[in-house]
Structures are given as structure tokens and as C-alpha cells.
Ligand binder design. Sequence first.
Ligand SMILES: Cc1cc2nc3c(=O)[nH]c(=O)nc-3n(C[C@H](O)[C@H](O)[C@H](O)COP(=O)(O)OP(=O)(O)OC[C@H]3O[C@@H](n4cnc5c(N)ncnc54)[C@H](O)[C@@H]3O)c2cc1C
Length: 429
Amino acid sequence: MRHTNDVVVIGGGLAGLAAAAYLGRAGRSVALVEKAHAPGGRAATQESHGFSLNLGAHALYRGGAAHRALRELGVRFSGGAPPGSGAFALDRGVLHTMPYGALSLLTTGLFGVAEKVEVSRVLGKLASVDAAPLMAVPVSTWLQGAFRSPAVRRFVSMLIRLSTFCADDARQSAGAALYQVQRGVRDGVLYLDGGWRTLVDGLRDAAVAAGAQILTGARAEQVELQGGEAAGVTLAGGDRIRAGAVLIAAGPRAAAALVPGSPALARYAERAVPLRAACLDVALSRLPRPRLNLVLGMDRPLYLSVHSNVARLAPEGGGVIHTMQYGPERAGGDAERALEDLLELGQPGYRDALVERRFLPSLVASNAVVTADGGGFAGRPGVRVPELAGLFVAGDWVGPEGMLADASLASARAAAEAILARRALEHAA
Ligand SMILES: Cc1cc2nc3c(=O)[nH]c(=O)nc-3n(C[C@H](O)[C@H](O)[C@H](O)COP(=O)(O)OP(=O)(O)OC[C@H]3O[C@@H](n4cnc5c(N)ncnc54)[C@H](O)[C@@H]3O)c2cc1C
């Protein structure tokens, strides 16, 4: 069977759905194919016994590209900002008050006096340091030059991990990392009521209202090329969809596999280093320590946050906690055990209140670390695939703006604009 559209979008995560909505609104006929049984990709939320569990800890950066695009497309969401109180740093097995202001810095046992003086300067400085000249500098090099005390370096490295999901300080661009930290410090983040599914549902509704056709359970096998131009997509099972433009809104390896004839996509796939996280997500009927909000590992790449303390994710009295080990393949050891121990430390006796437990050993938080070697954001591929007219990409590994979902939605918007700007866009015969 052959269908004809202006554009085929491959991938129904946030990026693909947003691009379909933008293109549909501009009057283009769009078919979106998603291989899973439902759209959402990594922004999916599991509903169970009245609890909403995201695929690992998810926070929306206020004022970032994702926030802007969602507002622009009329997607409605609500949520709460995690507070600075009830936050702890875990160092050598001991929980210390997290220094987030003058009083907590004064009272925390995390640092000695000289280190406290340095940290007080750091907290003021992080928000204002110029990130642009540091794009080609690795985080580790910048930390070494900027801070005297090893404990303060570990503290700043921990804040960078929290904002970027990257525990690889030798590879990550300091400029890109600082950009992300500054966004978090300046505007804060939101945990979303009902989980990120609200974003998926909102974007899907926006795309459908704009006339886009969303096909689930539809795996794209190959992008069809004709005379050096993208001409459509072949699906598993043999169906073909012809189109004047194809947008791949999936990861770099999936993109390269879909277009074996593209040296550019092969290069991107080879260069991209994914950021992984081991995630233990739990739903509890009650919280043993209701006032504890956050634990961050200072000497180990660990994270625990009670998302239900500020967002509607659990029935009355219950709790949803996300824990993570960043870069499990680098951290070594038994991630599941480490996260269970972290939960027991933060919420003692949590097992007695367990309603749901889900361990995911290796989720891809981002398809590509923003590297110093690549010169920071500028090193990421653009939305147009070189050498192949009519072929575009979007996702967290594409474009010069932002990280994580911000990069996905910024590149989705840019790809839609590039497709609309294409002079030769017409219905494929
Ligand atoms: C543990 C974890 C924590 C995170 N925390 C945050 C956070 O705090 N803040 C933040 O901004 N972001 C966070 N993210 C990242 C965020 O989830 C992603 O940036 C965003 O969801 C990516 O959307 P996407 O559409 O670019 O990619 P994806 O969600 O990966 O979507 C790609 C889609 O393409 C489909 N697909 C692939 N190949 C094919 C094919 N051949 N045919 C058809 N369909 C195909 C896939 O099934 C998938 O649905 C986190 C991610 C994880 C895993």
C-alpha cells in the first residue's frame, strides 16, 4: 500500500510529536510513525494503583526551549518546584545538610571553614560565570583551575551531574554544563502533576488537532531515496509512505540504520556517546521521612528525590521517589543494591510501605553528551542531513540549543521550520 504526505515523521517521542504539530499547523499533511504501541518514548509515564511513575526522574527546565515550545503549542501542564529545604549531600556514607543558602552553609558538616568560604563564593559565582569561552574546555579542567579545595570541586561536579545527567567530567563541555546549571539556578525546574505523560498527551492532541496522522505499532525500516533526495519511508511489513520530506526524530543509531547510504548519519552515530542512568523508581503508601526531599551523592554519582512532595503523582499520603545512579557503566558495582541502600538511608523502612518498585538498569537519559572536543553545543549536528535533500533530524543530540528535552524540542521546532522553508516541498506524486 502507498500513502502520500508532505512529510513523514519517524518517532513519536516529544520531538516527533512537537514537529508534527508545528508542521500540521502550517498546513502540511503529516504522517508520524511510532514503533511502540503508544507515543511518548522516554517521556512516557507508567500509571499504577493511582501512582504516576515517569521513566526515571524527570524535571522540566522553566524558561528552557521545551517549556517555550510547549507553551507555544498550547500544551497545558502544572507542577511544583523542588524546594532547597529537606535536601542532603551524601558523603562517605553520611548525610549532611545541603548548602543552598547562607544558613545551611553555616550549619552543614559537609565542609571545613576554609571550604565554606570558597563555597559561599562559588554559589554566588556559578550563576554569573561566562559559559561561552568554556565550550571547548572539559568540566574536569575547568574545575581544576577554578577551585582550590578538592571537596568544593566534588560539590560543583555534583551540581553539574544533577543538571546534565553527565558523570563524565573529562568529556563534557564545561561551557555547556554551566549553561545548563545556570538555567536551573536562574529559573528553576518543575516536577509535573501527573508526570511527563501530560506533555505527551498534550503534544499528541496538538498534532492530531493540526491534522497529523499518528500511526503506532509502525516501525520504519528504511528511508527511501530517489535521486539523492528523501522520498518516503518503508515500514516493517512492507507498507510505504511517500513524502516530500522525512524527519527522523529518533536516536543517532536508529537514524543511521534507517539511511545506510548517509556517511553523515554514520559519523554522528559513531561519535555520539550516550548518557545512561540506572533508575530505581518506587511508589510508597506512606513516606517514612515526609520532610526529606532530596539526597545527592557527593563522592558517588547517586540521586534520590521525592517527586510527589511537590507534584501530584500519588494518592493522598503516598509518595513517589525516583533514585538514580548516573553512568552506571562507569560507576561499576551493583547499581540496584546501591540504590536500595540509598532509599533505606533516606527513607528508612521504605520496604514496609512499598506499592510499586521498578528497576531499569540502563536508561538513555541523553543520546549524546555535549563534548568539549566537539566545541560544546556547536559540535552537534544540524537539523538538515548533509548531502540528502529533504532529510532532517531532531532529538536530544541535534542542534545548538540546550540539553535533554530542551534540545529535543528546540531541534523539533528548528526541523519543522527548515522543512517549511524548503522551496521544493510539494505533494509527492
Ligand atoms: C532517566 C531519564 C531521566 C530524564 N530526565 C530528564 C529531565 O529531568 N529533564 C529533561 O529535560 N529531560 C530528561 N530526560 C530526557 C527526556 O526524557 C528526553 O530528552 C525526551 O523524552 C526525548 O524525546 P525524543 O522525542 O527526542 O526521543 P525519544 O523519547 O527517545 O523518542 C524517540 C521515539 O522514536 C521511536 N522510534 C525509534 N526508532 C523508530 C523506528 N525505526 N520507527 C518508528 N519509531 C521509532 C521510539 O520508539 C521513540 O518513541 C530524561 C530521560 C531519562 C531516560
